[in-house]
Write a protein that binds this ligand. Structure first.
Ligand code: ADP
Ligand code: MG
Ligand code: MG
Length: 890
């Protein structure tokens, strides 16, 4: 390694300013998103207050060293501060021209409001005088100082915010003012002294008068904030892993609170709810940045700026254009205006709803900013979920209580809850709840996540509640100012109408309406952009997308969502209907094959009709039907009352029923008498099911419905099982053909599920008897890891918390372990039969991360639940693109 490289490997700080900018947008991992983009904006000539960024590696080192700053760090900070002083021509802590800085957190992935930020650092008893002189505004200088003591005390030293609030209220009372901004200079001076005593009382030390002491402590506080509980929770909920830590940005201050020609704001370059190409945001006149995000004052829409300062509005629109051309992405920006001059304080990729994500990429392709591949890769497949959710039916009656801002679209109904903890508990108990708050804060994250929707009475459409809700695609109405929320009594009052916690309310995230009671919902409608994106996905993907469905209704939904066939039609659900369960139970309780056949004969017409319905819905598309799979006792009554009823119906003794039920009991039913083992012992079950399939197919064909069944034999572990059952299946098909005098071709493929590790390992011989493989990844996961899927609740949370597992393997495929079995089975299977069709029909078929793996082992199709079909279509396209990229690099 060259000498120069060795130096830069240890480099902990990257400067950004007009003279020198060391970072850029590609350095997010090292500098955090905020730092990387501050540097980038500086480079492209946007007005950014100068500063520097401490690397995320430093944060990792700090944590690893047991919360100790690396020893060379302070030296490096000081030398960068000197550069900053030179550039700004101000001096840190100076009595005539003091430099003030902010200390801001910022990781590689944005976590809005999760970690700490301190503003106005560098003010002391001495420099506050300098600031007053320098700005000609003593009130402002004092106000900045009291904010610093408060913020530093709260964020850095852990003095509770309300302790400062109390003192503030006392002094306001003494001076007979109600608003913070009405306190005069002498009042503020008193407040500063009072704050200092609060500080001393609760920290045991004086407020630091050495500005470098302030800086050092603030840097440490930001580094520490990486591992505070709310930040950890946020990362967990948002599946953010593998980051080193937070960067720390030290930046010269600009002031939006210097009078009526100053202000601060937050904006998105496009509407983050709908994706419309419209500048969207809010600002406050005469305020510091935190005020907008914290939702303390309800700001004005950014469009109003045209009236206030048309020149600045023009500048902002220009910035929007520059940023979008540069980043080719929708941006979320923070800005401040100090005495008429605009400064950019942050830019990042804007969080958006699923609908907005789709519209933005399709529009950007039209605008020739990005190509179709980029567009496909940029929409998180799971976010399509939001486009498939129902909305309130426009025809339904609405008792509108009031209106707030439509902050994040969707339709939610539930009981009002007033704390995040309540939201979690009530949701766990099965209630749908709306979290109702004056405003939300980062501490509420878990409750916001649990609730069906979020409703606030203050704060705008860029407030914490709105931003977080949109990121999740959760319905949110913000700033409904007419609501009077009494969190203690758990009531909401609007225009004298009191709403109790036992009354359901509904919120409409597209109109902002707050509605009393539930409102009827309607199925989603697809936008033109959604259809366009889906057509690109269909053109790109290699895998066929099928669905798991066992009713004509589900089949029809899935088809509307683009399913190209059924990959798993479970037959067991068909036996639970009112008229079917009795003959089913008779069949199970029969003690000889004769009786069993009589019962099965009763079931046959039901089963045949079910298949006809499904073939009709799926006309022209393949339908893979799985023969009976679950252990039989699942169908039997467990309560005495139903057992007695069954005895009467079957005209046998009650004791007889009890005895048979006990006989059928299994210690380990998931590994017991189920799947193909059932038909090994009771071949007549298979015969009945195959008869129903073939008769339904022939009946359909005679009605010109193009039925394409495939018969799937579950839970095969040994090739001879399959050989035997295949023969029986083929014989049955032949027999039915003859009985129905059907002369045409039927061509019904017979395949198996690969869900027992042994079947995967011996796939070459299993394939001799199979026309296709379908991986049952639920059972395969269960048996490979040795986890009973129904019993993981007791230990899985610990495994995740303690990082033994990165994720629940029943949700996302364990590609290293279970994946190996799939890979081996595909390879061995195709060695025997080159064209062996392979697919997957477990829960993982709808999981984008697993889908990437399925593409990499070249499965022919995936099958998932109807509502995940569009997600799978997009994810399969992404998988094709990602796998292409991977092979390019290899
Ligand atoms: P968050 O990640 O919570 O948004 P930030 O570090 O972005 O925290 O800081 C919050 C707000 O503080 C910013 O939006 C901005 O308005 C204000 N702020 C931060 N640094 C400065 C600065 N140097 N000058 C003026 N305002 C600042
Ligand atoms: Mg910010
Ligand atoms: Mg199974």
């Amino acid at each position: 390694m060259s000498n120069k490289n060795r130096v830069s490997a240890n480099k902990r700080i990257y400067y950004f300013g007009t003279g020198l900018t060391e970072g850029n947008r590609d350095m997010r991992d090292l500098l955090g998103g905020k730092g990387a983009n501050l540097a980038e904006m500086t480079s492209i000539g946007l007005p950014v207050p100068a500063g520097f960024t401490i690397t995320t590696t430093t944060c990792a080192d700090y944590i690893e060293a047991g919360s100790k700053l690396p020893k060379d760090l302070i030296v490096e900070i000081k030398s960068n501060m000197r550069r900053l002083e030179k550039e700004t021509q101000k001096i840190f802590g100076d009595t005539t021209s003091p430099l003030l800085v902010s200390v801001r957190s910022g990781a590689a992935v944005s976590m809005p409001g999760m970690m700490d930020t301190v503003l106005n650092l560098g003010l002391t008893d001495k420099s506050v005088v300098g600031l007053a002189e320098q700005t000609g505004n003593k009130r402002f200088a004092l106000d900045a100082y009291r904010r610093l003591i408060n913020m530093f005390g709260d964020v850095v030293m852990g003095v509770e915010h309300h302790l400062f609030e109390t003192v503030f209220d006392q002094i306001k009372k003494r001076h007979k003012v109600s608003e913070d901004t009405d306190l005069d200079e002498s009042g503020l001076s008193q407040l500063i002294e009072a704050y200092k005593s609060v500080y001393k009382k609760h920290t045991g030390e004086n407020f630091p008068q050495d500005p470098y002491k302030q800086l050092e402590k603030a840097v440490e506080a930001v580094l520490k904030s990486w591992n505070i509980p709310r930040a950890i929770t946020y990362r967990r909920l948002n599946d953010i892993r593998g980051l080193l830590g937070t960067g720390v940005n030290i930046q010269s201050m600009v002031f939006g609170n210097m009078g009526e020609d100053s202000g601060t704001g937050v904006a998105f370059t496009r509407d983050p709810s709908t994706g419309k190409n419209e500048f969207y945001g809010e600002f406050l006149i005469n305020a510091q940045g935190e005020d907008v995000v914290a939702g303390i004052r309800t700001p004005q829409a950014v469009g109003k700026m045209k009236k206030w300062r048309p020149d600045i509005y023009e500048q902002l629109l220009k910035v929007k254009k520059t940023l979008e051309s540069h980043y080719k992405e929708m941006q979320d920006i923070e800005f401040t205006i100090e005495r008429g001059k605009l400064y950019m304080l942050q830019t990042r990729t804007g969080k958006r709803t699923g609908a907005a994500a789709v519209k933005i990429v399709v529009d950007m392709v039209k605008e020739k900013r990005i190509n179709q591949k980029t567009a496909l890769l940029r929409v998180p497949a799971n976010d399509l979920n939001q486009l498939l959710l129902p909305s309130f039916s426009p025809k339904a009656k609405r008792h509108v209580l009031t209106k707030g801002l439509p902050a994040s679209p969707g339709a939610a109904s539930g009981y009002p809850v007033f704390t995040a903890d309540d939201a979690v508990t009530r949701t766990e108990n099965g209630d749908s709840v709306i979290l109702v708050r004056k405003e939300t804060s980062p501490e509420d994250i878990h409750g916001m996540h649990a609730a069906a929707g979020i409703l606030t009475s203050t704060g705008g459409s860029t407030s914490h509640a709105a931003v977080v809700a949109r990121g999740w695609g959760k319905c949110c109405v913000a700033g409904a100012g007419e609501l009077v929320i009494d969190a203690k009594r758990k009531t909401i009052t609007v225009h004298d109408r009191k709403i109790t916690p036992h009354e359901i309310i509904s919120i409409d995230g597209s109109t902002g309406e707050v509605i009393l009671g539930d409102v009827a919902k309607q199925a989603p409608t697809f936008t033109k952009e959604f259809k366009t994106l889906m057509s690109w996905a269909d053109k790109t993907r290699k895998m066929v997308i099928r669905t798991n469905a066992d009713t004509p209704e589900d089949s029809a939904i899935a088809r509307k969502f683009g399913a190209e066939g059924i990959g798993l039609c479970r037959t067991e659900h068909m036996f639970f209907g009112e008229k079917r369960i009795m003959p089913m139970r008779e069949m199970i309780l029969s003690e000889n094959s004769q009786d069993r056949k009589i019962a099965l004969k009763k079931l046959l017409p039901f089963q045949r009709k079910d298949f006809e319905g499904i073939f009709h819905s799926m006309n022209g598309l393949p339908v893979t039907i799985r023969l009976l799979d679950p252990p039989l006792h699942e169908f039997l009554p467990t309560e005495e009352k139903s057992q007695r009823k069954l005895a009467r119906a079957m005209k046998v003794k009650f004791d007889h029923i009890v005895r048979r039920v006990n006989q059928l009991h299994e210690v380990n039913p998931m590994l017991g008498h189920r799947g193909c083992r059932l038909t090994v012992t009771f071949p007549e079950i298979l015969e009945m099911q195959v008869t129903a399939i073939v008769e339904a197919t022939i009946n359909c064909k005679r009605k010109r419905i193009h039925a394409l069944p495939e018969i799937m034999i579950p839970l095969v572990g040994i090739d001879t099982e399959l050989a035997m059952l295949r023969e029986l299946t083929e014989k049955t098909i032949e027999r039915v053909k003859q009985k129905k005098k059907f002369k045409g071709k039927l061509d019904i493929p017979i395949g198996t599920m690969i869900e027992i590790p042994r079947a995967a390992l011996t796939a070459d011989v299993v394939a001799q008897h199979a026309d296709f493989f379908s991986f049952g990844t639920n059972d395969l996961t269960q048996m490979t890891l040795g986890y009973s899927r129904d019993d993981i609740g007791t230990f899985m949370p610990d495994y995740l918390d303690k990082n033994i597992l990165e994720f629940n393997p029943f949700e996302s495929l364990d590609t290293t372990g279970v994946g190996q079995l799939i890979e081996v089975a595909v390879e061995k299977g195709r060695n025997t039969k080159t064209k062996l069709k392979c697919g997957i029909c477990g829960e993982h078929g709808g999981d984008p991360a697993s889908i990437i793996f399925f593409q990499s082992v070249q499965l022919d199709y995936i099958s998932c639940s109807p509502f995940r079909v569009p997600i799978a279509r997009l994810a399969a396209a992404q998988a094709t693109l990602l796998n292409q990229q991977l092979t390019l690099f290899n």
